[in-house]
Design a protein around this ligand. Structure first.
Ligand SMILES: *Cc1c(COP(=O)(O)O)cnc(C)c1O
Length: 363
């Protein structure tokens, strides 16, 4: 347990947020910015809320160095809706799109794209248990593919790209749900970036979508209104009632990032946290880290115990020491520590110290 009575939260999503952000919400709930109206009671058409959404977009543009000609949207439906919506807008029926399949989320995205066009896995690591990320040259892209889709961080398996994958000159589309603002990203090298907020950015129910001019232009003429990027772009994410609460939290999280060194601060903290954990995992053969070294994620760290029978005991004792959310996803098993932006290094230090104690008493 931490001094605030909150546990060390290693949950995969919704994930932990900085306490300062939670307190900002607490303050705004009865009265947002002295408007006399509460955060979840105020009109999305009010000047007070307009300032919140404008500020959230400006801050994100600064944090990620988003080029001026790109559009930022705050939508609903999670990353899972973007699996379909991205293909619906970017592909015409029958057109080709190529996927790099590095985990369950890429598979799900490819399934939805197949409803519109011809989606092909150009690289698929499922037989190897999704331990790696492809290197450039490990795959080919079809000459007439309209774009290439990849998943920057694999939340379930704990693997992550540490380079921009070669797309053979095609536009890149990336699902960055679990590492956006936690690692470096060159926005201008992508045409569409989408991310459900609940891992690194805020609460569930709001999705960040960043689009190039090409991506907006690709939207067809007769799409269902709510699934048309160009509609949301022309209304600046206020076509219908957005998740006002979620957008407020985004704004506060972006404020927190900017106050703490911007993207470089995030990157440095995430590297420091993940290094602590990986050093412990490499120290002893008591632990069996899942991902191959060069593909390791700085956001989700996954491992098994060499003696898998001890895993349940590990989770039980971790919980009694105030550490929660460590159970691995059922498709991988074992242990997963999600150490998103909001997770303080003290939580990782507590985890490592618990791991060392646990090894001593169970070796
Ligand atoms: C969590 C997650 C999703 C699913 O997000 P929802 O917002 O629940 O639809 C998709 N992709 C990745 C990489 C994720 O981590």
């Amino acid at each position: 347990m931490t001094p605030t009575g909150r546990v060390h939260n290693f949950g995969a999503g919704p994930g932990i947020l900085p306490l300062q952000v939670i307190e900002d919400c607490q303050n705004a709930l009865p009265n947002l910015d002295d408007s006399g109206l509460g955060l979840i009671e105020i009109s999305h058409r009010s000047d007070t809320f307009q300032k919140v959404i404008d500020s959230a977009m400006e801050r994100l543009r600064r944090i990620l160095s988003i080029p001026d000609e790109y559009t930022v949207l705050f939508l609903q439906g999670g990353a899972s809706l973007q699996f379909y919506m991205s293909a619906l807008n970017l592909l015409k029926p029958g057109e080709k799109v190529d996927f790099l399949v590095t985990g369950t989320w890429s598979k799900k995205a490819m399934k939805e794209a197949n409803r519109i066009g011809d989606a092909s896995p150009r690289w698929d690591d499922s037989e190897n248990g999704f331990k790696t990320i492809p290197r450039n040259g490990d795959y080919s892209i079809r000459e007439d593919a309209k774009y290439v889709h990849y998943t920057s961080n694999n939340t379930l398996f704990g693997t992550q790209y540490h380079h921009i994958p070669d797309s053979y000159g095609k536009p890149r589309v990336v699902d960055a749900s679990s590492d956006i603002t936690g690692v470096k990203i060159d926005v201008s090298a992508h045409d569409l970036i989408y991310a459900g907020a609940q891992k690194n950015l805020g609460p569930s129910g709001v999705t960040v979508v960043i689009l190039s001019p090409w991506a907006i232009e690709r939207a067809g003429d007769n799409l269902p209104t709510m699934l048309d990027y160009s509609v949301h772009a022309s209304k600046k994410s206020l076509f219908n009632t957005p998740n006002t609460f979620g957008i407020f939290v985004l704004e506060r999280v972006f404020n927190w990032i900017e106050e703490n060194g911007g993207i470089n601060g995030s990157i440095a903290r995430n590297i420091a946290k993940s290094n602590l954990l990986y050093e412990e995992l490499d120290r002893s053969d008591f632990w069996k880290p899942h991902a191959e070294k060069e593909s390791r994620s700085v956001m989700n760290v996954t491992w098994r115990l060499a003696n898998e029978e001890l895993e349940e005991k590990f989770l039980y004792e971790a919980k009694s020491r105030g550490m929660e959310g460590l159970k691995g996803h059922r498709s991988v098993g074992g242990i997963r520590a999600s150490i998103y932006n909001g997770c303080p290094i003290e939580s990782v230090e507590s985890l490592v110290s618990f791991m060392q104690d646990f090894e001593k008493s169970n070796y």
